[in-house]
Design a protein around this ligand. Sequence first.
Ligand SMILES: N=C(N)NCCCC(=O)O
Ligand SMILES: [Zn+2]
Ligand SMILES: [Zn+2]
Length: 307
Amino acid sequence: MPRYAGIATFARLPRLEDVGTAQVAVVGIPFDSGVSYRPGARFAPAAVREASRLLRPYHPGLDVSPFAAVQVADAGDIAVNPYDIGQAVATVEERVGQLAAGGASVVTVGGDHTLSLPLLRAAARVHGPVALLHFDAHLDTWDTYFGEPYTHGTPFRRAVEEGLLDTEALSHIGTRGPLYGKADLADDRRLGFGIVTAADVMRRGVDETVAAVRERIGDRPLYVSVDIDVLDPAHAPGTGTPEAGGLTSRELLEILRGLAGTRIVGADVVEVAPAYDHADITSVAASHVAYDMVSLLALRRAGAAAS
Ligand SMILES: N=C(N)NCCCC(=O)O
Ligand SMILES: [Zn+2]
Ligand SMILES: [Zn+2]
């Protein structure tokens, strides 16, 4: 079958129901009811699967064939309620908890950033409080929007409040753009976050950035969350809250590759909004981000099996 034909699964992988169990599962969450600006991330899982058809099985940057090293499968989409955010959050936590109980490390293709809260709940249930590497233009540690606690701008404050995160090892990478006020930064620092701004990445470069965050992470269980708006709008126009001055996709992928050897336990890529995309630029970038996440998890799972 040519790669462009047939029904799309992530990277043309088998579906979870066809293989029974998997060590790494890719799951889509078509949900965007938590956004504060442009909607549309509910269409990301389908768009990223389409864009992922071209991915090939060997990752030269990480020297791994992830789909041969471990069983990787597409677990389909989680059917979440678009009208009730609380219920959607509960559904995600439950389904990802089931996948984890079945032995899978999970890579999620969102959906908006609200989803990281239930994903972190599921991760913390298995591993205890986790280190967090959060790639984003935004802090997403705001308190509420219009009085609502579960939104795409608030997941990481909720996660700290709920004790899901190891507050010694929290980093934002790619932060930039105007804030509501200086207090946003003070609040964020008080929660325990360190910031590597987009300008810091440009000035220090990839290797120094990787060294700094790795020192913070150590051998803690690590959760990686990539809001695709961490990329410059030139590299990811298809997103809901774009900010000028972001990372290139090359910088993002190279920083991710620098995480080989960490104890990564789960990851998400969120905020792809295909309606604003052009020539699949954003979906292609997100498909490569997800492929790198799968590869990092495959390396860790295969390494754990060998030792
Ligand atoms: N894209 C995410 N996750 N958050 C952006 C919130 C920015 C705002 O509401 O002004
Ligand atoms: Zn963002
Ligand atoms: Zn975000």
